[in-house]
Design a protein around this ligand. Structure first.
Ligand code: PMP
Length: 390
């Protein structure tokens, strides 16, 4: 088997697709250090820059001091501390649902939710660009999977029409697509879900804190009370680690009983729960954070557009489509040498031939930094003679 592993690694090297871990030491929400050199982080999902917010840090420390470091067991056996109940109440309020349930990661929330609510007699309709954790949840459920072209509501309708009207059905989509930054047409998906009696689930990993006044995709469309399942992560805008599902009581009670990634894993640490609670509180009470993010998104989109790189200003994710792995790595290295981290995103994270630099801006960046990133990127694309589009 070692021979097989080595062949696979060699093949990745030959295709410019090898992944390696790089050690960086964070300085603040947007700067990291490596070998005494400072880099600007343009590849994180820390959209609101809350990981270094003193209010969030204080609540993480308080959580650990009050309840200890590890939780010591799974939620159902030994780990439901009062902080969990408080966070779930706040998340439900935030997402305008009856209840919420915290998982250990967004990945585990997707895998554990989809594999619990769908079985071999269920048909899942899934956007082709949905996140890997949705795809893995679908596979684990053993349901029939029908992937529809990205955001193609007409194709989804065509697929829905073809299946048995009485079959159990789930429509699942990213709210803000992780590698493209566009927003799912949730209003149209909702209409179809009611017309064809399908459950509707949205993954708000990148939408929470960024759209719908920070409340996510359902809020963006005014559908908080209508979407069946709003899933998300504590690990991006909320500056902690963890995942959650917000839904009605029936669905949450069902997941507590049926979701294996929830049942069979040790609960999160109280430090993470404390941090997430503080972050939620900030989103609700301190509008300056959301405003700073939106200002930076607008500024970065204008900056890129003025340099001939097409960008929209809807979300903080700016995919700079390059094409080949080799060219994308070259642009990424150019940025790196100039002190900017703009990671090369390659297959299987994105389709073959659509490798890209995925730049993200946060509330914690300043205009000078954004100017520098855009100018350096423009120079890299010109010098390396590769196309940069969105
Ligand atoms: N869903 C989407 C759309 C994501 O992009 C991610 C993380 N990249 C996840 C779920 C998983 O969340 P977490 O990182 O908390 O496991």
């Amino acid at each position: 088997m070692y021979k097989f592993f080595q062949e696979q690694l060699d093949s990745k090297i030959n295709n410019h697709n090898l992944r390696t871990l790089t050690e960086y030491c964070p300085i603040d929400a947007v700067r990291v250090k490596k070998d005494d050199k400072e880099y600007l982080m343009m590849a994180s999902n820390n959209y609101l820059g809350l990981t270094f917010d003193q209010r969030v840090i204080n609540e993480a420390i308080k959580g650990a001091q009050q309840y200890g470091t590890g939780s010591g067991g799974s939620r159902l056996v030994s780990g439901t501390f009062p902080l969990f109940t408080e966070l779930e109440k706040e998340l439900a309020k935030f997402k305008n649902t009856e209840k919420a349930l915290v998982f250990n990661t967004g990945y585990m929330a997707n895998v554990g939710t989809i594999s619990a609510i769908a079985d071999k007699n269920t048909i899942i309709f899934s956007d082709e660009l949905n996140h890997a954790s949705i795809i893995d949840g679908c596979r684990l459920s053993k349901a029939t999977i029908k992937a529809y072209s990205h955001c193609d509501v007409e194709e989804l309708k065509f697929l829905l029409k073809q299946v048995d009207r009485n079959a159990r059905k789930l429509i699942v989509t990213d709210g803000v697509f992780s590698m493209d930054g566009d927003i799912a047409p949730l209003d149209r998906l909702y209409e179809l879900s009611r017309e064809y009696h399908a459950l509707l689930m949205v993954d708000d990993a990148h939408a929470t804190g960024t759209i719908g006044n920070g409340h996510g995709t359902a809020a963006y469309y005014g559908l908080e009370k209508d979407v069946d399942i709003q899933l998300g992560t504590l690990s991006k805008s909320l500056g902690a680690v963890g995942g959650y599902v917000a839904a009605n009581s029936t669905i949450i009670d069902y997941l507590v009983n049926m979701s294996r990634s929830f049942i069979f894993s040790t609960a999160l640490s109280s430090a993470d729960i404390g941090a997430a609670l503080a972050a939620l509180q900030i989103i609700e009470s301190d509008s300056s954070v959301l405003r700073r993010l939106q200002d930076n998104v607008n500024y970065m989109a204008d900056c890129l557009n003025s340099m001939g790189i097409y960008a929209t200003n809807e979300t903080p994710i700016f995919p700079i489509l390059i094409g080949s792995n080799e060219d994308t790595l070259a642009v990424s290295n150019h940025l790196y040498n100039a002190g900017i981290i703009g990671t090369a995103i390659r297959p299987p994270t994105v389709p073959v031939g659509e490798s890209r630099i995925r730049l993200t801006v946060t509330a914690a960046h300043n205009r000078e930094q954004i100017d520098y990133v855009c100018q350096t990127l423009s120079k890299a694309i010109k010098e390396l003679n590769c196309e940069g589009t969105i």
